[in-house]
Design a protein around this ligand. Structure first.
Ligand code: ZN
Length: 468
């Protein structure tokens, strides 16, 4: 999480008047030489033992509690909150500044930040509220945005479509204090949902958060990927909410297309999506091809699966296993053959332009069935018009409605142009992976493979690069 700059802290210490903070809390102050004296609000004070030095803007209790410090320490004690939260409140709320004139306010000026979490929300709504809060936080978190950019995933369309978010511990600042009943209650519920740990820490702190929705727009799971560098060795980089890996990410794509790219990780799936291949879903890690995903393939009549797992031993083994399971169901399987040891994201980052390079990989994918490789239609990146697929009604408090049904129907419109005829040779110029896709992105048919008998032999990366 970004550090609070020292100058911000210094400015608050100077500009926020301690005298006004104390008055706002109902402390009556009397001048005593250069100092102000009053009853200390932090212990049961009968003799005025609170001393405030307006000149230094510091306070100290000479009585039983013996507390003291600057304005931040005051807010921490007064509100029962952390240093960071106190700074956050002082920064974002309208604390009267030292030079401010006028009537001192009658009530506490330390207003709480608006709570993004509604106490009365049910669990379903609560999860959606957290997703929204993380989504807003991401947009204001340069570190997290930088991480996405470094992974070639700088797309506001993607961030909105999949409600990507960032957890930076500020969620807790927006809840009522844990010492209050409402705060304790909410924390308890968030803990039960797995968003808070028993220690009171935010589960996904420091992580890019990718929610997994069902077709009604309900949150089934959440995945977190740490973006902070220099973490303690052994810190898990990949997190989920406790419990099973529920949900099928981008299930709309299964409705829209009979052929699906199956990735090993969400970041890889987003890579394909950003490159214009929107008929993509993902397992939750190399061992995370769930029965639910498989059932969804069956339910939606998936005919072809392009397995785009990492090109390492674990990826190969899993791809082979899933292919066997799927082929039994009559689903044809192809293995996308990235260069050895590479994953989809790594490959897309190395190749320019990535959409075209990924297309080459898809079109040269090896058939995992027996016998001769069937002729598969050329896979093209979906043209990226304005929002081809309506996202589910996320944030809606309604259960499945006519609207969602309509959205599903809309998704049934062909959004993929699976041109069987040879595509025009691409003329796409160097383009950032996600930025602006050309209106029609023709994927080359000039695949960098040689077919020797039934074997598909990949040509080395160097020639790959040449050709794309
Ligand atoms: Zn005291």
């Amino acid at each position: 999480m970004a550090r609070i700059p020292d100058e911000v802290i210094e400015r608050l210490k100077q500009e926020v008047s301690l005298e006004r903070l104390a008055e706002a809390r109902g402390v009556k102050l009397k001048r005593h030489g250069a100092d102000l004296l009053g009853l200390c609000p932090f212990h049961d004070d009968h003799e005025p033992s609170l001393v405030i030095s307006p000149k230094k803007n510091l306070w100290h209790c000479l009585g039983a509690c013996n507390k003291g410090g600057d304005v931040i320490a005051w807010v921490m004690h007064a509100e029962g909150i952390s240093f960071r939260h106190a700074v956050e409140l002082l920064r974002q709320d309208h604390i009267p500044l030292a030079g401010h004139t006028g009537e001192p306010p009658k009530h506490s000026t330390v207003r709480r930040l608006p709570a993004p979490i509604d106490r009365d929300a049910d669990d379903r709504a609560l999860l959606l509220q957290v997703v929204s809060y993380y989504n807003e936080t991401l947009k204001q978190s340069p570190d997290a945005l930088k991480y996405l950019e470094a992974r070639g995933l700088k797309s506001s369309e993607m961030m909105e479509r999949f409600r990507l978010g960032f957890a930076n511990r500020t969620l807790g600042y927006r809840l009522p204090a844990s010492t209050r009943q409402a705060g304790a209650e909410l924390r308890g519920r968030l803990q039960r949902l797995g968003l808070y740990r028993e220690s009171g820490h935010e589960h996904f702190n420091g992580s890019l958060v990718i929610p997994i929705f069902d077709l009604n727009g309900d949150v089934m799971q959440m995945y977190g990927r740490k973006v902070t560098e220099g973490l303690r060795p052994g810190t898990p980089m990949h997190l989920y909410l406790p419990g099973p890996h529920r949900g099928v990410w981008n299930e709309e794509a299964l409705i829209a297309s009979k052929e699906i790219i199956l990735c090993e990780a969400l970041i890889d799936a987003l890579t394909f999506w950003c490159a214009g291949y929107r008929h993509v879903t993902t397992s939750y890690g190399v061992n995370g091809f769930t029965a639910e995903i498989k059932a969804a393939f069956q339910k939606h009549g998936t005919q072809k699966v392009y397995i785009a797992y990492d090109r390492d031993q674990a990826g190969e083994t899993a791809a082979q296993q899933h292919a066997e399971e799927l082929m039994v169901l009559g689903i044809e399987c192809f293995r996308v053959q990235f260069p050895k040891s590479m994953d989809a994201n790594e490959y897309a980052l190395k190749m320019h332009p990535a959409p075209k390079a990924l297309g080459v990989m898809l079109n040269s994918a090896a058939w995992l069935g027996k016998g001769k490789r069937p002729a598969a239609p050329v896979i093209q990146a979906v043209v990226a018009p304005e929002s081809p697929v309506e996202p589910p009604k996320i944030g809606s408090q309604e259960p499945a409605t006519k609207e969602t049904t309509a959205a599903k129907e809309k998704m049934n419109e062909p959004v993929l142009s699976l041109a069987a005829e040879a595509a025009e040779p691409a003329t796409a110029e160097e383009a950032p992976p996600c930025a602006s896709l050309p209106p029609t992105l023709a994927t080359t048919v000039d695949v960098p493979t040689e077919i020797k008998g039934e074997e598909i032999v990949k040509i080395g990366r160097a020639s790959c690069r040449e050709r794309v």
